[in-house]
Design a protein around this ligand. Structure first.
Ligand code: AMP
Ligand code: MG
Length: 284
């Protein structure tokens, strides 16, 4: 397998969470497997966005023909980690016809009356779609745990339940790409400050972000347990250092491309006689 430009190692291998990996050891400012620099990123991102778009459209085209397979990108990370940037600058390169984006915030009263996976199941991609979860069911073992929204005997069994749920999804034809984005405490301060300084970013700022920031060690532990307990063969976690936005975007682009390539897609053949149609058109 050849590597895309500037990659010294396959991003999937490089970034996959491995048993024993420690969240506290993640170098959030690093660029694992990539030896290019920031000035290489714009051209490379454009080129790889095109490749992603081509494969994503191929998946969509096959879905229109009844292919039941889909891809689900799950994005997790603390506030300002860059989840929105992945949606805009990576997924945004695709054809919206085949993209299903959902963000998961504080559950609504209706959602609260249901099992935590209820709203998740409703948002799953169908055949041919690339689903994107901006936050996900993992909030139910992250924010819910850190803020004691339910007791440990309720969130504790959720790891196994999530593994079983994701197994069911993959067996039904959904390739799951789980991305955990990690920034440093200092980088988050800078990004929150940018949001406060710029009126066009105020919409992204939530005073509650500072409450979560104060709970950084607790979140770190919750992320560690999430990675330890829910990185499975069928749905592995990828750990993406995210202090450099240009790197995290390139990395997630490659993870998506690899996943789409593994589906061995091709353009669906015409289900009509092309030559006959050309003749008909010429005299139409
Ligand atoms: P944002 O992604 O910045 O728009 O914020 C969404 C907020 O919703 C975050 O503070 C999340 O922690 C919160 N959230 C998401 N899912 C849940 C959940 N299941 N329970 C409680 N809060 C949640
Ligand atoms: Mg927020």
């Amino acid at each position: 397998m050849t590597l895309p430009a500037h990659w010294t190692h396959h991003p999937q291998k490089m970034l996959a969470f491995k048993a024993g990996d420690r969240v506290e050891d993640i170098d959030t400012n690093s660029t694992p497997g990539f030896d290019g620099v920031k000035s290489d990123a714009p051209v490379q991102q454009r080129e790889r966005n095109e490749r992603f778009a081509e494969l994503q459209e191929m998946l969509h085209a096959n879905g229109r023909r009844g292919d039941h397979r889909s891809v689900l990108l799950v994005l997790q990370g603390m506030d300002t980690a860059g989840k929105g940037g992945i949606v805009e600058h990576v997924v945004g390169a695709g054809n919206p016809m085949g993209i299903r984006y959902t963000s998961f915030g504080v559950p609504t009263p209706e959602e609260r009356r249901h099992h935590y996976l209820w709203r998740i199941r409703k948002a799953l991609p169908t055949g041919g779609q690339v689903g994107v979860f901006d936050r996900s069911h993992y909030e139910d073992v992250l924010v819910v745990r850190v803020h004691n929204l339910v007791p440990p005997d309720v969130w504790g069994p959720r790891y196994d339940e999530i593994n079983a749920f994701e197994k069911e999804l993959t067996e039904a034809g959904t390739s799951i790409v789980k991305v955990a984005m990690f920034i440093s405490l200092e980088e988050q301060k800078q990004r929150l400050s940018d949001r406060l300084e710029n009126p066009d970013k105020h919409w992204k700022y939530d005073p509650g972000d500072l409450d979560d920031r104060a709970l950084w060690p607790q979140y770190r532990q919750a992320y560690q347990d999430m990675l330890d307990k829910t990185s499975t063969d069928h749905a592995p976690w990828y750990v993406v250092p995210a202090d450099k936005k240009w790197y995290s975007r390139l990395a997630v682009t490659e993870l998506l491309i690899e996943t789409l390539k593994s589906l061995k897609l091709s353009w669906p053949p015409a289900d009509f006689d092309v030559e006959a149609e050309k003749k008909r058109l010429s005299s139409a």
